[in-house]
Design a binder for this molecule. Structure first.
Ligand code: GRG
Length: 290
């Protein structure tokens, strides 16, 4: 965790976010205030970090690297707001803070989420490499849209109260969580001028990292500490949500985590630079307590 936090600091992620995203003097409970509130509640910033580190595996960072990571974090943040709504997961806490629909009302939370999502694409329109801009925007739209993230969320909702198979749960996780991990690693690689084979390698690594991240999240939902996590544990059971640990048990889930780790390592080995970061990240997402 220390290493990951140092990387986030070294790459100035929080400072850039503050500079590019924070609205000064937003009136309380306005849309801008809500955007500030959820964007700057405590977050691991794992997706923007992945994007920048993927970029660094192929070339130095530039302003576009930060632009992409900002847009990605906004998309992730909107999904947290909408996922917490009463019509979806109905959660009282997100990022350790009371949810926006509890602070004001449901319509407000829907609009703050919409504003975060549209702002992401507004930011993407400023991408400076004109030979890549349409590829990049399409990749963002495909991974955040009905093919992947929204598809995964839909399957997740549909699965509530049902006994799903391992394959069905895997399909949910790959889309709900893997979609943005893949987007992080692929768009960082594209900005860093990686070739097609390298971009595909990063995509597959993103799938594994997403699987590991989600599986660990589901394990923490059973055995995690609420204070550490900033959200309530036991929510999958309460909502009758299928998860790998609920299907296979904790011990089998840890075995599976280690199996995913071995597979992820094969793809990390193929990255031309920066393997040390990805090895450390793998340890971090497996050992994390929040
Ligand atoms: C509403 C379209 C739509 C999608 C929602 C975010 C999401 C998809 C669901 C939230 C529930 C969940 C367990 C999703 C899996 C991904 C995940 C673990 C998200 C939380 O990401 P963190 O832990 O959050 O990186 P922070 O707050 O650290 O950024």
């Amino acid at each position: 965790m220390k290493y990951i936090n140092e990387e986030i600091e070294r790459l100035n992620i929080e400072e850039r976010f503050k500079k590019n995203l924070y609205f000064e003097n937003a009136p309380e409970l306005s849309i801008k205030w809500g955007m500030n509130y959820i964007t700057f509640s405590p977050s691991k910033r794992i997706r923007p970090l992945l994007l920048l580190e993927s970029n660094l595996s192929f070339s130095d960072l530039d302003d576009d690297s930060y632009l992409l990571s900002t847009a990605l974090e906004l998309i992730h943040t909107y999904s947290l707001v909408h996922d917490a709504l009463p019509c979806m997961d109905n959660d009282d806490l997100r990022r350790g803070q009371p949810t926006l629909h509890n602070i004001k009302n449901e319509g407000y939370a829907v609009l703050v989420g919409d504003a975060l999502l549209t702002r992401a694409f507004e930011i993407l329109s400023g991408y400076s490499k004109l030979d890549k801009i349409s590829k990049v925007i399409k990749l963002f739209a495909m991974n955040a849209g009905y093919h992947r993230l929204i598809h995964g969320q839909f399957l997740d909702m549909e699965g509530e109260g049902k006994k799903l198979s391992l394959n069905e749960i895997d399909e949910i996780n790959k889309n709900k969580t893997g979609s943005l991990f893949e987007l992080a690693l692929m768009s960082g690689a594209i900005n860093g001028n990686a070739n097609a084979e390298q971009i595909e390698n990063m995509r597959i690594l993103g799938t594994f990292l997403g699987n590991i991240f989600q599986l660990k999240d589901d394990v923490l939902d059973i055995i995690g500490d609420d204070k550490e996590m900033g959200k309530n544990s036991g929510s999958d059971e309460k909502k009758e949500k299928a998860s790998i640990p609920r299907l296979l048990g904790i011990k089998e889930s840890i075995n599976l985590l280690n199996k995913f780790k071995e597979e992820a390592l094969q793809y990390i080995k193929k990255i031309p630079n920066n393997n040390a970061f990805f090895n450390k990240l793998l340890e971090y997402i497996i050992d994390r307590v929040r």
